[in-house]
Design a protein around this ligand. Structure first.
Ligand code: TMP
Length: 221
């Protein structure tokens, strides 16, 4: 349970459109005068951003699955402590682009690591904080990867493509993993079809979120 605030996470395969959609939702909540923190994983604070650069660098193809898992957990522990927990304690809404479900989908379903190790690390990294609501944008990985690769080609920043270079079968397992997580916890998940228009998906997400968030969340001061 999270004291005071409300914690919403966005999940989906590469190129599912979640980063665009989370920005739409953030703007929509801010326009309703709700104090909103928009953040992402891996990253979200200076130390975790440095870990992100290591995790996503395509030159690090030799990274073992266990080293990868522990780096995600380390980045999360710092991010929860420095950003997420304080914003929730302050009574605000936190929107996070990926969180613990990504570790289960990618490192367990994708890489095949033992789920119990992942659950243990996630619970240590999160200090009791868990999402109140998770928006899963379901998308065919072939469509998503095409979109993600186009975005990487157009970007002038670092080539964060270690996962985009994985085989399609890996991404299919990640998608199935996410869908299984949503089946296991139907009260927490809202599944949205990523094949719709950007505006249509944004409206669907905003309606689902507004129907669920509690009264009395912190207003923008
Ligand atoms: P992004 O592309 O949404 O910024 O996410 C970065 C990559 O990190 C993406 O390929 C998914 C991957 N990832 C994991 O494998 N495990 C995790 O726990 C998280 C948060 C992300």
């Amino acid at each position: 349970m999270n004291t005071l605030g409300y914690f919403i996470t966005f999940e989906g395969v590469e190129g599912s459109g979640k980063s665009t959609q989370i920005r739409y939702l953030s703007n929509s909540l801010i326009s309703r005068n709700l104090s909103t923190t928009l953040t992402r994983e891996p990253g979200g604070c200076p130390i975790a951003d440095k870990i992100r650069a290591i995790l996503l660098d395509a030159d690090n193809s030799a990274m073992s699955a266990m080293a990868e898992l522990m780096l995600y957990a380390a980045a999360r522990a710092q991010h929860v402590n420095e950003v997420i927990a304080p914003a929730l304690s302050d009574g605000g809404i936190v929107l996070c682009d990926r969180f613990c479900d990504a570790t289960v989908a990618y490192q367990s379903y994708g890489r095949g690591l033992d789920r119990s190790i992942i659950d243990t690390l996630n619970s240590h990294a999160c200090s009791g904080i868990s999402p109140d609501l998770t928006v899963l944008i379901d998308c065919d990985p072939r469509v998503g990867l095409e979109r993600a690769r186009r975005r990487i080609e157009l970007s002038s920043g670092p080539r964060e493509e270690r996962f985009e270079l994985e085989a399609i079968a890996f991404h299919q397992r990640v998608r199935s993993g996410y869908n299984q997580l949503a089946i296991d916890e139907p009260q927490r998940f809202v599944i949205v079809d990523g094949a719709g228009t950007v505006e249509g998906i944004a409206l669907e997400i905003s309606a689902a979120v507004l129907a669920r968030i509690p009264e009395g969340l912190r207003a923008i001061s």
